[in-house]
Design a protein around this ligand. Structure first.
Ligand SMILES: [Fe+2]
Ligand SMILES: [Fe+2]
Length: 261
């Protein structure tokens, strides 16, 4: 299939089940977009669910096995495997935003940002896959949960809601836990895994920042208060009241501190 528009590229990637091919097509589309070889954004395309490989088996979050002690190789493999799964979801989430939401009169820079994010997520997935291989495992060898795509489905009707929940809540939560995980990996002398997580952490700060920028951009265009809109979105999404997270360095760098006061 030859893809003339950015939406068609997004659809092709979303419908590619093999994770390595998904990454390959993502990096190819990123290069073509950078070199003006994709001339237009195209029509809005909405899919119900991206295609995925047969493995890993998807479980509900509450059925995921709990593993403790990063000094054990199997626990480190489980951690890297769950992160690889998050990254695979993140590739699809970036392409879904590009394909789905083109009815907000968004400038070209919006699409540039999300193509760039999709490229980062593909690199993150490939980096973690490589590390899993070095540790004698592979993406698909363990179970994974489908929580992130559920968030995509619940926010499929509204870009403000999507940005408030996906980059500004779920990705921002990654900024809370990453520094501690990096420290723990260093403590057990797994420098290679720590290095992977450090690269991801820095890139994710920019993803949250981009999410926040566009969220605020749309709120301002619609004369909505960003802080109130974010809090209302979070309260609507979660059935029970969730604690407001700590305002740490990662969140400050991502411009999320204004939402936590
Ligand atoms: Fe990522
Ligand atoms: Fe990200």
């Amino acid at each position: 299939m030859s893809c003339k528009t950015l939406s068609e590229n997004a659809l092709k990637i979303l419908m590619t089940a093999n994770p390595y091919r998904k990454c390959y097509f993502t990096l190819k589309a990123f290069n073509q977009w950078q070199n003006d070889q994709i001339p237009e954004i195209g029509e809005s395309i909405c899919i119900e669910h991206p295609r995925r490989p047969n493995k890993p088996t998807i479980l509900l979050p509450k059925f995921m096995p709990r593993r403790r002690g990063l000094n054990k190789k199997n626990t480190r493999i489980a951690l890297l495997h769950s992160l690889a799964h998050v990254e695979l979801n993140a590739i699809d989430l970036a392409w879904d935003i590009i394909a789905r939401f083109n009815n907000y009169n968004l400038p070209l820079s919006f699409y540039n940002d999300w193509v760039d994010i999709a490229k980062d997520e593909a690199i993150h997935f490939l980096m973690l896959s490589k590390r899993l291989k070095e540790l004698g495992s592979k993406y698909g060898h363990l179970e994974a949960h489908g929580g992130l795509w559920d968030a995509a489905k619940k926010t499929s009707h509204n870009l403000i809601y999507r940005l408030a929940i996906v980059p500004m809540y779920f990705e921002a939560r990654g900024l809370d836990v990453s520094p501690k995980m990096i420290e723990k990996l260093k403590n057990v002398k797994d420098e290679k895994s720590a290095k992977c997580l450090k690269k991801i952490y820095f890139d994710e700060i920019s993803h949250v920042k981009i999410g926040e920028y566009w969220f605020r951009w749309i709120c301002e265009k619609n004369e909505m208060n960003p802080q109130e809109t974010w809090k209302n979105s979070i309260n609507q999404f979660f059935r029970k009241k969730i604690p407001i997270p700590e305002n740490n360095i990662g969140r400050k760098k991502a411009n999320m501190s204004i939402y936590l006061s």
